[in-house]
Design a protein around this ligand. Structure first.
Ligand code: GDP
Length: 209
């Protein structure tokens, strides 16, 4: 997939304000600081598209980006939305902010009609974290299709990354009958970009069928 457009569209405080659900949508979520902005920028080939913020967890908005691209010269251009969702697991958030986040995210996940896939980002440097497993289980039990993206794979040696991926998979197996697809990425080395775009291209095609 070759990206043609990748631009910021709008930020919405709730699903009601989101742009019209007229094309497939891919939501990116994970713990604060997991590398979400860097990953979206890597996919877009634009280092400045999503802000990599120094103060995580401040904004609680649903951020839409317009993307378009194509898989070859003779095929039609595909259009889709990329959504940057506010991260979870930010310790300094107040209880009230946390429950507001939960409501906003859950409404979005359960009601957004054009949501084609959630990309759940997990930091490949860590052993399985409770908040990540809980989020994955939430997606699974609500039948929301998702793919796991392991981030920052350049930071540890390959053996450590594989070990963490296996442990995470083992944990998922204890609660989920069907395992999601998993992609190992590094925004610095641009690892995994092709695989993510290939998945988006396939899901775009399925959306219009
Ligand atoms: P977000 O809060 O999830 O949007 O995370 P950011 O994209 O802002 O990244 C958080 C920190 O991790 C920043 O200092 C990034 O430079 C760093 N980071 C993000 N992705 C990678 C990666 O693939 N490799 C390495 N080494 N660092 C990364």
């Amino acid at each position: 997939m070759e990206i043609i457009t990748a631009s910021y569209l709008t930020s919405s405080p709730s699903i009601q304000q989101c742009p019209s659900a007229d094309r497939p949508e891919y939501a990116f979520i994970g713990r604060s600081n997991v590398g979400k902005s860097s990953l979206i920028n890597m996919i877009a080939n634009n280092a400045k598209l999503a802000k990599t913020s120094a103060v995580p967890g401040k904004t609680q908005l649903i951020n839409h980006f317009n993307f378009s691209g194509r898989t070859g010269d003779t095929v039609p251009i595909q259009q889709w939305y990329v959504v940057d969702l506010p991260g979870y697991g930010f310790a300094k958030r107040s209880l009230a902010m946390r429950s507001q986040w939960e409501r906003m995210i859950q409404n979005y996940l359960l009601q957004r009609k054009n949501l084609a896939q959630v990309f759940l980002l997990i930091d490949s440097r860590h052993t399985p974290q409770k908040s990540d497993l809980e989020f994955a289980d939430n997606l699974y039990s609500n039948n929301i299709p998702y793919t796991i993206i392991f981030t920052k794979s350049d930071k540890e040696n390959q053996r450590e990354v594989s070990k963490n991926v296996s442990s995470f998979t083992d944990e998922l197996k204890s609660t989920q009958q069907w395992l999601p697809a998993m992609i190992i990425t590094s925004s610095i080395k641009k690892t995994g970009r092709k695989k993510i775009l290939q998945r988006i291209a396939e899901l775009n095609e399925a959306f219009y069928k």
